[in-house]
Design a protein around this ligand. Structure first.
Ligand SMILES: NC(=O)c1ccc[n+]([C@@H]2O[C@H](COP(=O)([O-])OP(=O)(O)OC[C@H]3O[C@@H](n4cnc5c(N)ncnc54)[C@H](OP(=O)(O)O)[C@@H]3O)[C@@H](O)[C@H]2O)c1
Length: 299
């Protein structure tokens, strides 16, 4: 049954694809790869694991080589058929795309699916954030994601296959006091991705945005929000489950992927509740507790 669904989804996704022969010939000797940014831990690592499990060659990107090497070793140990390699790189580097493309080619691969997952958060009141930290957040969550998507898409469209998954958050549907810049950056990611997905509808290229609710990773502690009320009262997802559902929905051609029924309903509600009601509730949920500040400064 699932094979029939996938065949139907595939036919729908490429209903008006016009693959360019020269573009296909240029990669005839190369193997398609799925590149995941921020893949040394958390959701990115689980996405890499899931795509590798399904037979994709995966390329893990993050800044620190140690955790990346460990992640690649772990993925390879999960099956003799797994192809995984890593690129230690800061994706905010203006030449990041060229470096990724060169590294893929050296390894007999080409960029087929790009997952823009790397992001940082900033907890606490906006005026307390160092301006350079806000700049870094925008450089990674907004600018790097946009540049990589812009540079990756033309070849995908020419080949009439492949795709992009941009990782946002269910929080993107409402302003988030005490995580203001982070929430705003994720609202941008949803808006950009849905718009581009509409532009390439039927082209054979899958373009999706992943918008999870809170997931248990080191992310919240790093931004000094581990003890905020939302960590206690809202259900937290599991990164492996999020990754499994994301790959399935991506292959089915879904454009907006919100894992879990609770957050699917939350996203629908957040879209209709007026901000004068929802934003104060978000402020109450997101306000960091005293101990968070200490955690953030030591992260
Ligand atoms: N966790 C949640 O509750 C949650 C909920 C909704 C959405 N999300 C989104 O899901 C994504 C992943 O979150 P996560 O919780 O898995 O985060 P995480 O555990 O903090 O992992 C972040 C990853 O990004 C990498 N990274 C950070 N800066 C980078 C840079 N400049 N260049 C390349 N790689 C970089 C990190 O490795 P290095 O430090 O070595 O570079 C790490 O591999 C993010 O987009 C986040 O906004 C998370």
């Amino acid at each position: 049954m699932s094979k029939i669904f996938h065949a139907l989804a595939d036919a729908w996704v490429k209903r008006s694809a016009r693959p360019d022969r020269a573009a296909l010939a240029a990669v005839v000797d190369l193997r398609p790869a799925t590149v995941i940014t921020g893949a040394s831990k958390g959701i990115g690592l689980e996405l890499a694991r899931r795509f590798a499990m399904k037979g994709d060659a995966v390329v893990l990107v993050a800044r620190h080589p140690g955790p990346l090497t460990e992640a690649v070793t772990a993925i390879k140990a999960e099956g003799a058929d797994r192809t995984a390699l890593s690129i230690a790189l800061d994706v905010t580097d203006p030449h990041a795309f060229e470096q990724i493309a060169a590294s893929l080619r050296e390894n007999g691969l080409y960029l087929d699916v790009l997952i823009n997952n790397a992001a940082i958060g900033l907890g606490d009141a906006f005026v307390t954030q160092p301006p350079e930290a806000v700049d870094r957040l925008i450089a990674l969550n907004v600018a790097a994601l946009t540049r990589l998507t812009r540079l990756a898409l033309p070849d995908m469209v020419a080949r009439g296959r492949g795709g992009v998954i941009n990782v946002a958050s269910v929080g993107a549907y409402v302003p988030g006091p005490y995580q203001a810049a982070y929430y705003a950056s994720k609202a941008y990611v949803i808006s950009l991705t849905e718009a581009i997905a509409a532009e390439h509808s039927g082209s054979g290229v899958r373009i999706a945005v992943l918008a999870p609710g809170p997931v248990d990773t080191a992310f919240h502690a790093k931004m000094g929000a581990q003890n905020a009320l939302y960590r206690w009262v809202l259900p937290s997802g599991n990164a492996a489950k999020v990754a499994a559902g994301t790959r399935r929905d991506f292959m089915l051609g879904r454009r907006v992927i919100v894992p879990g029924l609770f957050y699917l309903l939350s996203a629908a509600i957040l879209r209709v509740v007026p901000h004068p009601i929802s934003v104060p509730i978000m402020a109450w949920l997101l306000k960091p507790k005293g101990s968070d500040t200490a955690q953030k400064s030591s992260a």
